[in-house]
Design a protein around this ligand. Structure first.
Ligand code: AMP
Ligand code: ZN
Length: 142
């Protein structure tokens, strides 16, 4: 038996304020919003994190996020929103069913983006090389 709370919401076994549904995706309000209108877009099928989401879902995922994001902005009367997705416990993922946060923003909300660090000399070049390698794009030397 699947204990996932988002699967239960999708299957109508737990209450939520649903705002969108199509064949593959659903959107509903976060129970503890950063601002009113904070909404999730989730695939209706259970995938834990973005790494588990198959290619047939990825483009449609962003299409739905844009559609719902635009509607949220209009509905709550804001001019911007942040997208957020926590992938893995180390990244703060609490609910293990992949979900994109749409977080409406207002000037006075006091939310801050993440803090930044500095690379040590040469570290950035090395890291970029490793990422290119992982992507199979390591043919170029720069
Ligand atoms: P995270 O996995 O870090 O993205 O965090 C889980 C998010 O799910 C938090 O923002 C919670 O407020 C939200 N949440 C937890 N339970 C529910 C629920 N039953 N309905 C709606 N949102 C929920
Ligand atoms: Zn689930």
């Amino acid at each position: 038996m699947n204990d996932c709370i988002f699967c239960k919401i999708i299957e109508d076994k737990l209450p939520a304020y649903k705002v969108y549904e199509d064949e593959k995706f659903m959107a509903f309000l976060d129970i503890a919003p950063v601002n009113p209108g904070h909404t999730f877009v989730v695939p209706k099928k259970h995938f834990v994190s973005l790494s588990d989401v198959p290619k047939e879902y990825t483009a449609d995922f962003m299409t739905v996020v844009k559609k719902v994001g635009d509607a949220v902005m209009e509905a709550v009367g804001v001019e911007g929103f942040n997208l957020g997705m926590n992938n893995g416990g180390v990244a703060g993922q609490i609910v293990p069913h992949v979900h994109m946060h749409i977080m409406p923003r207002v000037e006075s909300d006091g939310l801050k983006l993440w803090p930044s660090k500095k690379y040590s000399p040469g570290e950035d070049k090395q890291v970029a090389q490793k990422i290119r390698q992982a992507l199979g794009q390591d043919h170029e030397e720069n």
